[in-house]
Design a protein around this ligand. Structure first.
Ligand SMILES: [Zn+2]
Length: 388
C-alpha cells in the first residue's frame, strides 16, 4: 500500500446512540413549539462517511472494520464503577449522566463499546501495520470523559482507552494534539501526573462548565508530580481563525512535540472550531482544517515513523463539519489541489493579528507555570527573544 493513503475505521453500531431532542443539547422547553435534534446526532457521522466515500480522495482511503471493545480494555482507563453506572443508566432509559447534555439511552452502550473498540482497531493498524495512518470515525465522542465520569456528550474516552492500550504494548512517549474547539479535560485529567503521555489541547476559553468538568483549560494547568510540563493548554480567543491556528501549530505545538519526540501521535479530531458550528466560536474554514491535518502528518513523519491516529471528537454543524473533516484528511494525505471551499465566509473577515499576538504571552505563561520543569523548558530561549 502506498504511504499516501489513510485507513478509515468504521463500525455501524456507533449510530445506535441517540441523545434525543429538545432545546439544542438540553431537554425540551414548554416555551417552544418545535424541538430540535440534540447536536450529537448520528447524522453527523453519516455525512462524514458520505463525503469520504464520494469525494475525490475516495480512492486514497482504505475502509477497515471496527469492533467492540471488551470491558477489560475500557477499564484500563475507566473505573469499574463508572462502567457499571453506564449499564445502569441505559436500563433506566434516557438519563443525563453529567447533569448537563450527555444522554445515555437504549443503544448507547453498544455505541460506546463500538466507539472505543473501533479506536482500538485503528490503533492496532497504526502500530502494527499495514496502515501507519488511521482515522477512527466514532461517536459518541470521548475527550471530555474522565476516568470516573462522563461529560460534554462523551461516555467513554475513546482516545485515552487507545493510549492505555499503546502503553500496555510498551510505548513510552505518546503525544495528544487536541484541536476540538473544547478543552480536552478528560484526557488531561487522565494523564495529569504522567510524563509518558503529553497532552496538548487548543480550545476556546470556556473555563469550567459544571461539576463534571472542573478543569479550567488555562495555561497554568501544567500537570502534577512527574507530569508537570507534560500538559499544555492553549486557550485561544474567540474568532481565532485559520491564519492564527496555523501559527499556533507552528509556534506553540510544533516545538513541544519536537522536544518530546513521540513514538505515536494521537489527534483528538473534532471539527467544532468550524465557522458554522453551534458549539464553537473559533471560525475555522476548510483551509484551516487542511493545515491542521498537514502539520499533524508532518510531525508524525518527523518523529513517529508516520504513526498517526486520528480519533473523531466533536463537530456538530451537519454539513460543514463533514467538509472540514474532509479538508483535514486532505491535509494528512498532502493533497495538492484540495476541494474548493464553497461554504465558508470569506477570509477577509479574519483578523489574525490579535490571536497571533497572544502566542508569546502563552509561551511565557507556560514557561512560568512549569518553572521549566518537564517540557516547560522548551520556550526558555523563545521568551528571551520575544518582544516585551
Ligand atoms: Zn468539542
Amino acid at each position: 500500500m502506498s504511504v499516501e493513503s489513510l485507513a478509515i475505521y468504521w463500525h455501524p453500531d456507533v449510530l445506535k446512540h441517540n441523545p434525543g431532542k429538545g432545546c439544542y443539547e438540553y431537554g425540551p422547553s414548554p416555551l417552544m413549539s418545535v424541538d430540535e435534534p440534540h447536536p450529537e446526532t448520528p447524522e453527523r457521522l453519516i455525512n462524514m462517511k458520505s463525503i469520504l466515500e464520494k469525494g475525490a480522495i475516495a480512492d486514497r482511503l482504505v475502509w477497515c472494520e471496527g469492533r467492540h471493545a471488551s470491558r477489560e480494555e475500557i477499564e484500563r482507563f475507566h473505573t469499574t464503577a463508572y462502567v457499571d453506572s453506564i449499564f445502569e443508566a441505559e436500563k433506566n432509559g434516557p438519563t443525563r449522566i453529567d447533569g448537563g447534555g450527555t444522554v445515555v439511552d437504549r443503544g448507547s452502550v453498544d455505541a460506546a463499546f463500538a466507539a472505543a473498540g473501533t479506536g482500538l482497531a485503528a490503533l492496532e493498524g497504526v502500530l502494527h501495520g499495514p496502515h501507519p495512518r488511521g482515522y477512527a470515525m466514532v461517536r459518541p465522542p470521548g475527550h471530555h470523559a474522565a476516568r470516573t465520569m462522563g461529560d460534554g456528550n462523551c461516555i467513554f474516552n475513546n482516545l485515552s482507552i487507545a493510549i492505555e492500550a499503546a502503553v500496555a504494548q510498551g510505548l513510552e512517549r505518546i503525544a495528544v494534539i487536541d484541536w476540538d474547539v473544547h478543552h480536552g479535560n478528560g484526557t488531561q485529567s487522565g494523564f495529569y501526573d504522567r510524563s509518558d503521555v503529553l497532552t496538548i489541547s487548543m480550545h476556546m476559553p470556556l473555563g469550567s462548565w459544571n461539576a463534571n468538568h472542573p478543569e479550567s483549560g488555562e495555561v497554568d494547568e501544567t500537570g502534577e508530580g512527574a507530569g508537570i510540563g507534560y500538559n499544555f493548554n492553549i486557550p485561544l480567543a474567540y474568532g481565532t481563525g485559520d491564519v492564527a491556528y496555523r501559527a499556533v501549530m507552528d509556534e506553540l505545538v510544533r516545538p513541544v512535540i519536537d522536544e518530546f519526540a513521540p513514538q505515536l501521535i494521537v489527534v483528538a479530531c473534532g471539527e467544532d472550531a468550524n465557522q458554522y458550528d453551534g458549539n464553537g466560536r473559533n471560525l475555522l474554514s476548510m483551509r484551516g482544517f487542511y493545515d491542521l491535518g498537514r502539520i499533524a502528518r508532518e510531525l508524525a513523519d518527523q518523529h513517529s515513523e508516520g504513526k498517526l491516529l486520528l480519533m473523531q471528537e466533536g463537530g456538530y454543524a451537519l454539513t460543514y463539519s463533514a467538509f472540514c473533516l474532509y479538508a483535514a484528511v486532505e491535509g494528512v494525505l498532502g493533497v495538492e489541489d484540495p476541494m474548493p471551499d464553497e461554504i465558508a465566509y470569506k477570509a477577509s473577515i479574519e483578523r489574525p493579528e490579535y490571536p497571533i499576538s497572544l502566542i508569546p504571552v502563552i509561551r511565557k505563561q507556560w514557561l512560568d507555570a512549569t518553572e521549566k520543569r518537564g517540557l516547560g523548558r522548551v520556550f526558555a530561549g523563545h521568551v528571551e527573544a520575544d518582544p516585551a
